[in-house]
Design a protein around this ligand. Structure first.
Ligand code: FE2
Length: 568
């Protein structure tokens, strides 16, 4: 039985499962080439059907990641803002009406829209709660028979944080925290305070910058903005920091008095901004640990699953992993809203239809893949000269080029689901070179100097690097590198001595594992530097995207499956 899951607003995506196993999953942005594409995922859904070789008539159920009629929070937000100012009240009502009319209620017409666009179908359509989709997206593919589940994000319909517990094919909701109390919205608001753009997903930048600062403003944030109470709850004081005002770069007097004025996007980044970032990061971590402690007490579980946009905070995840009472962790790689398409499909399969669980998500390679012939034809079309090599020649040659300082666009197999490139659509380089981070950030990726870069390491060596066994095929946790190891890989160790590794398994990505092994044979270094293959746009999807990026940028070589292109 085929079940389709859809995310249709903000990070739109489609996932197709067959008897509970993922057949295909992809974000719409990779096809449309618009970052964080919002709107019905026509191309992603088309891709999922094609990958399975089916039509929409073969799909038994479609799950949507949202219940569009839960609109309470829109009215509540408007009323709350009425307390603050009349203008804000009016703006919110106007915006709310527009949003509801265009988007949320538009979801009610999705079944008709699907039949109109994709042809006739007898599917049953399910509107599902956003946070339960997040929870399902993690727990049902975790391989854990039972677990405590924490999902946290900006907001769902009105829930921002869901405490739940999974057992077998069931997820039991334990507790909800609702708007305006949102960890995601808090972090986004500070992102804009620092002059970054939360709509572009710049929360990554705030987290990267935090490592450079001191949490001098932590007391202010913990006392006045994001406070916790004894009930394992938290409170966001929107009178001091309001996410909706922050969207428009408007901030109140109190916060400016305490931490200084907000930064304009074109202003220089100073130590004060680093310190604000460090303080916001710390209060997020402390609050998260407080909530996680509560979840542990309530469930008595040893296993923890997490999803929701806040679960992308890999520094927070690292602290949860090392400091919380839980023993086993699973964070789903598409932890943001795109992953809700997976959760929606799984929620239908397991919770509604009570089908047993067999599938475990051990990798994220569920997007489009392209044959050697397709890659060759794209290269010919672009007029690029290339060599076609068997792996026995290709892998040692690429390893040698890396060791000699080359930056390589590496394209193989099926594209990753989720925001991390995991060796199938990656820029790879030598992590031993101290100048490599700056080179990659400035010259190739055209982005800020402070953005950390991460290693792909053979899973066999992670215990040696981190001083503890570590398994993370999804690059979603930041850990401290042991002191004696830090100097070996300066390009992938952040300023605070941490790294965010992808542990590469011979089983799930044998070719990438073998490439790293060739590099190790040559250099003694069991990892490569890995950053996503994209320059200011979504990660490359098709061979033509990779070729276009190669032609417009300044990295040294491109590998498309078994074809090697050298920059002339
Ligand atoms: Fe979400």
């Amino acid at each position: 039985m085929f079940i389709l899951g859809l995310t249709t607003l903000g990070d739109s995506a489609a996932t197709l499962i067959h008897d509970g196993e993922i057949v295909a999953a992809a974000e719409e942005e990779r096809f449309s080439r618009r970052k964080h594409h919002s709107g019905f995922p026509y191309q992603a859904m088309q891709y999922c059907l094609e990958e399975a070789g089916i039509k929409v008539a073969d799909v038994a159920h479609i799950g949507l990641y949202w219940k569009p009629w839960v609109l309470r929070h829109k009215a509540m937000q408007a009323l709350k803002s009425a307390v603050i100012s009349r203008d804000m009240f009016k703006a919110r009502v106007d915006r709310g009406v527009a949003q509801v009319g265009e988007s949320y209620l538009g979801m009610l017409r999705h079944p008709q829209l699907i039949r109109k666009h994709f042809g006739p179908g007898n599917f049953r359509f399910h509107f599902l709660e956003h946070h339960q989709c997040h929870a399902a997206s993690a727990f049902f593919v975790s391989g854990l028979e039972h677990a405590a589940i924490m999902t946290w994000d900006g907001t769902g319909e009105d829930t921002t944080t869901l405490f739940s517990q999974g057992e077998g094919t069931r997820i039991k909701v334990l507790k909800r925290i609702k708007l305006p109390h949102s960890l995601g919205q808090f972090y986004s608001a500070v992102t804009n305070y620092i002059g970054f753009d939360m709509f572009a997903g710049d929360e990554w930048k705030l987290m990267g910058l935090a490592a450079y600062g001191k949490p001098n403003y932590y007391d202010f944030f913990a006392r006045k903005v994001l406070t916790v109470n004894g009930n394992h709850d938290f409170h966001l004081n929107i009178r001091v920091l309001d996410h909706h005002l922050a969207k428009h770069y408007q901030f109140g007097e109190e916060i400016a008095r305490e931490i200084g004025p907000p930064r304009r996007p074109d202003e220089e980044l100073t130590e004060r901004h680093w310190n604000i970032a460090a303080s916001a990061q710390k209060v997020l971590e402390e609050t998260a640990l407080h909530l996680i402690q509560g979840l542990h007490e309530r469930t008595g579980e040893e296993n923890l699953c997490m999803a929701g946009g806040v679960a992308f905070n890999s520094v927070m995840n690292g602290r949860i992993m090392t400091e919380s009472p839980f023993k086993n962790y699973f964070v789903q790689p598409a932890a943001g809203d795109a992953g809700c398409s997976l959760g929606a499909a799984l929620l239908v399969h397991h919770q509604l239809l009570k089908q047993p669980r067999r599938f475990k998500m051990e990798h994220a390679y569920y997007g489009p893949g392209f044959s050697s012939a397709e890659c060759a034809s794209a290269l010919n079309e672009a007029g690029l000269r290339f060599e076609t090599l068997p792996d026995a020649e290709m892998l040692p040659r690429v390893a040698k080029m890396l060791a000699d300082g080359a930056i390589i666009g590496w394209f193989q197999g099926r594209m990753e689901f989720g925001p991390r490139a995991l060796g199938n659509r990656s820029f790879i380089a030598d992590p031993r070179r101290g100048d490599m981070r700056e080179l990659l950030n400035k010259k190739v990726k055209l982005r800020e100097w402070f953005r950390p870069l991460a290693p792909s390491m053979k899973e066999e060596v992670s215990a040696e690097i981190f001083g503890r066994p570590h398994y993370d095929p999804f690059m979603i946790t930041v850990l401290h590198v042991t002191e004696d190891q830090q100097g070996r890989f300066p390009a992938v160790v952040h300023v605070d001595g941490t790294a965010r590794p992808q542990t590469v398994s011979r089983k799930t990505n044998p070719r990438y594992w073998q490439l790293i092994t060739e590099f190790e044979n040559l250099t003694g270094c069991p990892m490569v530097l890995n950053t996503s293959f994209n320059i200011q746009e979504p990660i490359v999807c098709r061979p033509s995207d990779a070729i276009k990026t190669f032609q417009s940028a300044s990295f040294d070589a491109l590998v498309l499956e078994d074809h090697l292109v050298l920059r002339q």
